[in-house]
Design a protein around this ligand. Structure first.
Ligand code: NI
Length: 528
């Protein structure tokens, strides 16, 4: 504890000495404002980002997320948060105008201890313009992604920060008690009430619980944050608290150049601010310090120190977009699978998938790896998954147990030579299975629930029709990329499913590999 206190003191004096002084020239009557520390990810040389823009019919969605390394929790959380918003936007799309959703990321704090990002979401269309932003904090020590509440010592500190915001609004912006918006107003009213009852000393303690319960029941928001005593050092409780406080302006906080907080308010809630595009309220460093948790101190130190030393960073930005980027427990996901390749049309398919930031699974034949080495290499490099589809498409049930083992091993090895690891799953040719096959494979077995019958029809429109009509959340869709007619169907499949709010993932992401065991057969990950 002593070491932490010392560190806190040093940080504050550094912030005061270096950063507060230059800010003192502000005009006397100026409204109080904070300069938020937030930087474009472009300013970090070794941080890769993925930018995607998809235009379908009259709508456009675009997003950029940080790629922090293979299956990095912050990449998954950021990408999943954006994907959830995208699905909600597309599912509620007006049928005219040019609705657009643009999501981007900014950096709030970067150090070896913590990485703070802000996700911005701006939508426009016939329902007017709308902005919604939130922050995520990656704690290196615990390896976890945490919400803004984890920056605070406890829930009393969260309340205290709301009271500071109320104070700035009242003293700096001349808002009356009644004008204090949302949770800021609620916390302020609650505190005033408590103060009254303490100073009056009249209300018997027995009355308080029933009164409070009655108020909660009448509260129109229902989930309005009541004083809680969550342990915000516990990730689960921090997330629960963030849900209770979801409407708080602190959900979109940054640190200020002064070493305090910069709290973003909706300008509509602060009439005296005039016609401005944003209102950033300052919580002074001396009011900020007592409410921060250890993670909060790390985050503030990182923010005010700037993002200049890439050596210390909590990620390896040199890795490419491999591994999981989406949490399909929370999303409308579908796994598109392509069998029997690689082939001469596979690269065209990879181009199409790239346009939609879609990841797919390729059940390839071991014997073809050496025939299309560049295609296999590219498939892997672009974050798609390759699965074992045997060496040369033999029906495994016709082989001896030893023959099955040898065939699968040989194929695994050919794929591993390119990807560096054995393919995570097996799809037996023709879906043909018996006990020997299930016993011989070290992999989970993935079949499908949507069969496009593409090998039979060779009809692009029919193939797309099957996929669009039969896919449900959690589906595994079967195609064969060795047929031009199938590859030609994919633009329509991606377009149609995208418009329905689907996200395209590998089978590993769809099922979550941790939950699967060798020889187990899966056809889909439908819920319910
Ligand atoms: Ni096949």
């Amino acid at each position: 504890m002593a070491a932490i206190s010392l560190q806190r003191k040093l940080t504050v004096s550094a912030a005061l000495g270096l950063l507060l002084v230059p800010g003192c020239h502000s005009v006397e009557q100026a409204l109080p404002y904070a300069e938020a520390i937030q930087l474009s990810p472009d300013t970090l040389e070794n941080l890769a980002t993925q930018t995607v823009s998809v235009q379908v019919d009259h709508s456009t969605v675009s997003y950029r997320y940080p790629v922090l390394g293979e299956s990095h929790p912050l990449t998954i959380e950021a990408r999943t948060t954006m994907a959830e918003r995208q699905t909600a936007f597309l599912e509620d799309l007006p049928d005219h105008g040019d609705p657009a959703l643009e999501q981007d990321v900014e950096l709030l704090a970067v150090s070896e201890h913590v990485l703070g990002i802000r996700i911005t979401a701006d939508s426009s269309g016939t329902r007017g313009e709308h902005s919604a932003s939130s922050t995520l904090w990656y704690d290196t020590a615990g390896g976890e992604v945490l919400p803004w509440t984890a920056l605070f010592e406890d829930e009393a500190s969260v309340e205290a920060a709301h009271l500071e915001v109320a104070k700035v609004l009242q003293e700096g912006y001349q808002l009356s008690n009644e004008q204090l918006p949302g949770l800021v107003g609620e916390v302020h009213a609650r505190a005033a009430e408590e103060e009254d009852s303490v100073s009056a000393g009249a209300s018997p303690p027995a009355e308080e619980p029933s009164e409070a319960a009655g108020e909660a029941a009448e509260s129109p928001e229902g989930n309005a944050a009541e004083t809680g005593d969550a342990d915000l050092r516990d990730p689960e409780q921090a997330w629960e608290a963030a849900e209770r406080w979801a409407a708080s302006p602190l959900a979109d906080l940054a640190f200020s150049t002064a070493g305090g907080l910069a709290v973003r308010m909706d300008p509509a809630d602060v009439p005296s601010a005039g016609r401005v595009s944003e209102v950033l309220l300052p919580v002074e460093p001396e009011e900020t310090e007592p409410v921060l948790s250890e993670l909060g101190y790390h985050a503030r130190s990182a923010a005010v120190a700037g993002h200049t030393d890439p050596e210390d960073l909590a990620f390896d930005g040199t890795l490419t977009a491999k591994g999981s980027t989406l949490d399909c427990q929370r999303l409308k996901c579908v796994a598109l699978t392509f069998d029997d390749g690689p082939g001469e049309h596979t690269e065209e398919l990879l181009d199409t998938l790239g346009e939609y930031d879609a990841k797919a699974t390729f059940y390839i034949l071991g014997s073809l790896v050496s025939e299309f080495p560049e295609v296999v290499e590219r498939t892997h490099a672009e974050g798609h998954e390759m699965g074992n589809h045997t060496w040369k498409h033999d029906d495994l049930t016709t082989l001896s147990a030893d023959g099955v083992t040898k065939d699968l091993e040989r194929t695994d090895k050919a794929i591993a030579e390119v990807t560096g690891q054995a393919p995570p799953t097996l799809r037996p040719p023709y879906g043909a299975l018996n006990g020997d096959v299930r016993k011989a494979t070290p992999h989970p077995i993935i079949l499908w629930d949507v069969d496009t019958m593409d090998w039979q029809s060779r009809d692009t429109a029919a193939v797309a029709g099957h996929a669009l009509d039969e896919t449900v959340p959690g589906s595994v869709v079967l195609f064969h990329d060795i047929h031009k007619s199938s590859v030609d169907a994919i633009p329509a499949v991606l377009e149609g499913l995208h418009a329905q709010g689907y996200h395209f993932v590998t089978v590993s992401d769809l099922f979550g590999l941790d939950g699967m065991t060798a020889g187990e057969v899966h056809t889909d990950a439908r819920v319910g």
